[in-house]
Design a protein around this ligand. Structure first.
Ligand SMILES: NC(=O)c1ccc[n+]([C@@H]2O[C@H](COP(=O)([O-])OP(=O)(O)OC[C@H]3O[C@@H](n4cnc5c(N)ncnc54)[C@H](O)[C@@H]3O)[C@@H](O)[C@H]2O)c1
Ligand SMILES: CC(C)[C@H](C(=O)O)[C@@H](O)C(=O)O
Ligand SMILES: [Mg+2]
Length: 354
């Protein structure tokens, strides 16, 4: 199997190096993997004048899966928008057609005290956020900054979903719910936004195809509040691109740190792009202190969803559990009495625990 490795910017190269160590360790044990690296984001702009160079998109299309670190950096924030790192990420998601973004918020028992919430609120937490990834206000037209009739500049973005886009993500949500506790909460803002009124109507209509699934609906503002009030009421959540972006960062803190939250972005055939849910963390880049576990756990998701290799996925997840049980902690999840580890030490500990 061929994996395109796109480290990107900021902490991207540091965390991806740890995930690659894990893949190479599995390869030395017989897993057949071929890795090829390419630039994306600011690194793509620096190397080829484009945040998604053609060669990178071609490599992604020729590979079975893509492992991505993160993109973005302050030095790129004033570039014209099409040249910004984030556009490279949006283009590769769209280009690969990976519309289903799975972001599991799982609390490892050892990290209950690392969360900023009370341990009893988060212990046993296991939520799957299913975020639509290639539509919504991220891609809707018209968009831009224009001068209006009064000579004043105005910024425009358009929230937009068509029925088929809603249907295909809802199907993913229902099917995941069927494999878990059969509880699905759809998050929208149907009280105000027509886009999500349609979303709610379609998700509700599909419940007849999955009668065992207990469907509920929640407005996004309430969902944001409920996630910190009583997060264990949720099992599978489905939502659109922008709400899912925000809610998944919020959910990550329930698990102790955003450095713990992996993701899988899948197309209709389970070909996928795998990346941590966090960004390039420019504030800590280059210091070897970032948490690589979200990226390492994204590799486990790759093995499970794209390569159907549950055994290898389980090996990685167990190794992560073991290193946490042994007390290894990067700075973001460090609590008194545990063993502070750098990014590379954490990667090495996971390899040793495989
Ligand atoms: N998928 C992506 O590539 C992605 C996601 C989000 C943000 N970004 C980009 O990243 C840049 C920074 O954005 P931001 O600061 O809003 O979000 P961020 O997720 O990069 O960082 C937010 C905070 O979390 C910390 N953090 C993030 N990942 C961590 C890890 N693995 N270990 C320890 N701490 C970690 C950071 O140090 C920072 O304090 C921006 O350019 C943004 O556009 C990229
Ligand atoms: C960097 C940005 C384009 C991206 C998003 O908004 O999807 C990020 O926040 C994420 O969550 O992966
Ligand atoms: Mg985000």
């Amino acid at each position: 199997m061929k994996i395109a490795v796109l480290p990107g910017d900021g902490i991207g190269p540091e965390i991806v190096a740890q995930a690659v160590k894990v893949l190479k360790a599995l390869a030395s044990d017989g897993l057949k993997v071929e890795l090829e690296q390419a630039h994306i984001g600011g690194a793509g702009y620096d190397a080829a004048g484009d945040p998604l160079p053609d060669a990178t998109m071609k490599l992604a299309q020729d590979s079975d899966a893509v492992l991505l670190g993160a993109v973005g950096g302050w030095q790129y924030d004033t570039l014209p928008r099409p040249m910004r790192p984030e556009q490279g990420l949006l283009r590769i998601r769209k280009g690969m057609g990976v519309f289903a973004n799975l972001r599991p918020a799982l609390l490892y028992p050892e990290l209950a005290s690392a969360s900023t919430l009370k341990p009893e609120v988060v212990s046993g937490l296991d939520i799957m956020i299913v975020r639509e990834l290639t539509g919504d206000i991220y891609f809707g037209q018209p968009r831009g900054i224009q001068v209006n009739d009064k000579g004043e500049r105005e910024g425009i973005n358009t929230m937009r979903y068509c029925e088929s886009e809603i249907r295909r993500i809802a199907k993913v949500g229902y099917e995941i719910a069927m494999k878990r506790s059969r509880k699905l909460c759809s998050v929208d803002k149907a009280n105000v936004l027509e886009t999500t009124e349609l979303w709610r109507e379609i998700v509700t209509g599909m419940n007849k195809d999955y009668p065992e699934v207990e469907l509920s609906h929640m407005y996004v503002d309430n969902a944001a509040m409920q996630l910190v009030r009583a997060p264990k009421q949720f099992d599978v959540m489905i939502t659109g691109n922008i709400f899912g972006d925000i809610l998944s960062d919020e959910a990550s803190m329930l698990t102790g740190s955003i450095g713990m939250l992996p993701s899988a972005s899948l197309d209709a055939n389970n070909k996928g792009l795998y990346e941590p849910s966090h960004g390039s963390a420019p504030d800590i880049a280059g210091k070897d202190i970032a948490n690589p576990l979200a990226t390492i756990l994204s590799v486990a998701m790759m093995l499970r969803y794209t390569f159907n290799n549950e055994e290898a996925a389980g090996r990685i997840e167990n190794a992560v559990k073991n290193v946490l049980a042994q007390g290894y902690r990067t700075a973001d999840i460090y609590t008194e009495g545990t063993r502070k580890a750098s990014c590379s030490e954490m990667g090495a500990a996971v390899v040793a625990a495989l």
